[in-house]
Design a protein around this ligand. Structure first.
Ligand SMILES: Nc1ncnc2c1ncn2[C@@H]1O[C@H](COP(=O)(O)OP(=O)(O)OP(=O)(O)O)[C@@H](O)[C@H]1O
Ligand SMILES: [Mg+2]
Length: 402
């Protein structure tokens, strides 16, 4: 573990992929924490749930299952190792004009790199540049490199390569992804500068990310994503959703264990209460977060909105005033959808969200069950003429104050 604190212990392999020293711990290499203050959740006992605390269970491989670091060894060749100067040139020296976003890890830039499949051609990429000069940032960077080298799925963002440069003047850690031209689900749900997402797209996006999570949960190595939220769902040119940000992802519990015990990290408004209280992480923690995002998709409201009246600030509390089986239910639907949605499908999705949000994690559905349920809801579409709901009142915010 001590090795992990030292950036020098990652050496370049012949093919350029970063490799942990043989004596470094796999647990550390896939169990990162995030230091962005906006993202950190404190433990309920008041202790800081942050820096570098190791999990109490090993994530080493069992006889029947390879660990992520072992799989990474086999698959790292797929990633390109970029020179720092190549990425600097690609982004016009990380110019502000090229900046497309910023999160807890650092800034994200759009750039163009050589397209290996097209002679003389160039392709757009998103380049994330670590801004935290410390162990946590490096661990998060390494976790992302390892997870995305190992896992491939149409609903996971593709990592093209990375760059690690250590010099006397400091360290640089960068990640190079396929470029996702349609920003994030967060942008389209909550930013009024974008036209509203149609009902059908909302359902397709929910289904796509559910498939991505099911793949992680049921794959050759179980992975808990741990930071599922609308801003981590990126949209490609056809608005197909892809999960991004694997810096907080963890391998699931090893055989014979029900959970991983770990520091509590994630994002306010999305993390499961049982995980926050106990530090016990399971795939059902992701299922809870998925339930939160389902309500965000239905309502077009953020899980936490401090600038609303007190009884509307917490989405999960607010929707309780409009139970799914009552006539009032339609009041929760995003007014920007007007009447262009299926009330029947909306009820099914709210019921699904409620099942994801039950207190006891064992009673929550698996992500595969969620996928099936969403498929059925999508088949209900379009089941009604658009005018059928036109009398629905859209004074959502006002009515709940009264
Ligand atoms: N592969 C990509 N293609 C296009 N844009 C991207 C890509 N990755 C990230 N972005 C843009 O950069 C923004 C910031 O992403 P980032 O993941 O760093 O932060 P975040 O998700 O907003 O916050 P957090 O750090 O809490 O996850 C995204 O919202 C998106 O607009
Ligand atoms: Mg993100």
């Amino acid at each position: 573990m001590a090795c992990f604190g030292c950036f020098g212990c990652f050496k370049k392999r012949p093919n350029g992929a970063p490799e942990a020293e043989r004596n470094s711990a796999p647990a550390a290499s896939t169990g990162s924490t995030r230091t962005a203050s906006s993202s950190i959740i404190s433990r309920s006992d008041g202790s800081a749930a942050t820096t570098g605390k190791q999990s109490s269970l090993s994530v080493a491989s069992t006889a029947s299952q390879k660990s992520i670091p072992a799989l990474y060894e086999e698959r790292a060749y797929k990633l390109r190792a970029f020179e720092f100067d190549e990425l600097r040139n690609a982004t016009n020296d990380f110019s502000r004009m090229n900046k497309i976003g910023e999160g807890g890890f650092g800034r994200v830039y759009k750039g163009y790199i050589k397209n290996p499949n097209e002679k003389g051609g160039r392709m757009p990429v998103a380049i994330k540049k670590l801004n935290q000069k410390g162990l946590q940032g490096h661990k998060q960077w390494l976790a992302e490199v390892q997870f995305l080298a190992v896992f491939e799925h149409p609903n996971l963002v593709k990592l093209i390569g990375y760059c690690a440069k250590d010099s006397e003047i400091g360290i640089e850690r960068l990640l190079v992804y396929e470029f996702m031209p349609n920003k994030s689900l967060e942008d389209h749900l909550f930013n009024r500068a974008y036209p509203p997402l149609t009902w059908n797209l909302r359902l397709q996006i929910a289904l796509g990310v559910a498939q991505g999570l099911a793949y992680l949960h049921d794959g050759e190595v179980q992975v808990i994503y741990r930071d599922f939220k609308a801003s981590n769902v990126l949209l490609d040119k056809e608005f197909k959703p892809k999960l991004s940000d694997f810096g907080l992802a963890r391998e699931g519990p090893t055989a014979g264990h029900t959970h991983v015990t770990t520091a509590v990290v994630g994002t306010y408004g999305y993390a499961a209460p049982d995980y926050i209280e106990t530090g016990h992480l399971t795939v059902k923690s992701d299922v809870w977060s998925f339930g939160v995002v389902l309500y965000e998709i239905l309502a077009g409201r953020r899980s936490l909105e401090r600038n609303r009246p007190p009884n509307e600030q917490r989405l999960l509390d607010w929707v309780k005033q409009f139970p799914v089986e009552t006539r009032k239910f339609s009041m929760i639907i995003d007014p920007r959808l007007r009447s262009d949605f299926s009330l029947q499908a909306a009820r099914e999705i709210a019921k699904l969200a409620n099942s994801c949000l039950v207190k006891n994690p064992k009673e929550r559905p698996t992500m595969s069950e969620v996928v099936e349920c969403l498929r059925r809801a999508i088949q209900m579409e379009p089941s009604k003429p658009p005018a059928a709901n036109s009398n629905r009142t859209r004074t959502v915010a006002v009515s709940s104050r009264g």
